[in-house]
Write a protein that binds this ligand. Sequence first.
Ligand SMILES: [Zn+2]
Length: 150
Amino acid sequence: MSSETDATDTSLPAPKIQLSPQQWRARLDPAEYAVLREAGTERPFTGEYTDTTTEGVYSCRACGAELFRSTEKFESHCGWPSFFDPAASDAVLLREDNSLGMRRVEVLCANCHSHLGHVFEGEGYPTPTDKRYCINSISLRLQPVSGPAE
Ligand SMILES: [Zn+2]
């Protein structure tokens, strides 16, 4: 019910990590660059984490910031990894996206402003938030929960 999640504010806080397009291209492969830095979308049901249930933390593939946890991932059957909440509310930024003739809410990494996907609300999924953070696998890197150190 909070209006805080409305993505009407286009004046985003500055990213902590700011690189030039050339620097991003050196860090990312072309497919990663197309999604993370050019707001592309991977084809549905092709991403490596679509149906992953491994326990762990999903970090931004561009900058490594922690974004989502496996405990907030759910099976949406939409073709992309889906989460009902980010790991921390300030881990991602939301921005209104009116591209492709649709009114959507874009999800960005708060740390580096890379494109992650979109968030949809009120679709009726049986999750605590009824939100679906529909995130490209290629924007994420899963770090599985590891055993005790040593
Ligand atoms: Zn990032």
